[in-house]
Write a protein that binds this ligand. Structure first.
Ligand code: 0O2
Length: 220
């Protein structure tokens, strides 16, 4: 949508609605207000995904989506990520550069359902895809596998509609099991995991992938 049209309709991008150049302070009103807007975006998106989940279960007798989780990134994680990326610690930079402040994770049973879900998300009216990363067909070096989408979700307030970024991770139950385990073991610690364990984790990821492929074939 063109910029002048955005103004006419009272639609604003999050970064313009709250164009704060101030430094981030975790326990202030400003920080809380921003986080509440991200929470609203999660609620909007989750409602739409839950509708799809129910539709498939009730009308097609098919468990397309096993479960949906969501979270708001913790302030210290946001700040650490900004430091790693070399961002200035302002609200403006935070909104612009941190794509996963609001996160929704969709977990399914079958590998090919990941792409069915992706296509359904693309069709939800008002949801705009900003960026996608296919770690399913192209797993990370760590072995990590998931489909990532950064979408913009419209949050309707009394005077305007704000477009808010949300990261969606779509993965199978097996991928989810691996990622949670690996996250606990290595992702969040500052310590480097030794080479042997790292290799072992990559091997487990390959086993998970084989299993996902076999289960998918069995179902087909
Ligand atoms: P947390 O604690 O899960 O929130 P971008 O700016 O979007 O281009 P970003 O955010 O690094 O760069 O993108 P990417 O690669 O899509 O990763 C975002 C999230 O994916 C991570 O968020 C993790 O949740 C997950 N992820 C990515 N790589 C791995 C991995 O190797 N192992 C596991 N277990 N999870 C991974 P955070 O903020 O890093 O962590």
């Amino acid at each position: 949508m063109k910029k002048n049209k955005i103004k006419e309709l009272g639609i604003v991008e999050m970064k313009n609605f709250l164009s704060y150049d101030e430094k981030i302070e975790e326990k202030t009103n400003t920080f809380e207000k921003i986080m509440i807007i991200y929470e609203m975006a999660i609620e909007e998106l989750k409602t739409k995904i839950n509708i799809l989940q129910k539709e498939f279960k009730v009308f097609y007798n098919y468990d397309l989506i096993d479960h949906v989780n969501s979270r708001i990134k913790k302030p210290e994680s946001i700040i650490n990520k900004m430091k790693k990326k070399g961002n200035e610690l302002t609200y403006k930079e935070m909104i612009q550069n941190i794509n996963d402040i609001a996160g929704v994770r969709i977990v399914c049973q079958l590998k090919d359902d990941i792409f069915k879900i992706r296509n359904l998300v693309e069709k939800i009216p008002g949801i705009n895809i900003e960026k996608e990363k296919d770690y399913v067909n192209h797993p990370k070096e760590s072995g990590y596998s998931s489909y990532h989408m950064i979408v913009k979700v419209p949050v309707t307030l009394s005077k305007q509609i704000i477009y808010v970024k949300v990261e969606i991770q779509i993965r199978t139950m097996a991928m989810d099991f691996w990622a949670s385990l690996e996250h606990k073991m290595k992702y969040k610690t500052d310590k480097q995991i030794n080479k042997k364990d790292s290799k072992e984790l990559v091997n487990y990821a390959k086993i998970v992938n084989k299993m996902d492929n076999k289960i998918m074939l069995m179902n087909n």
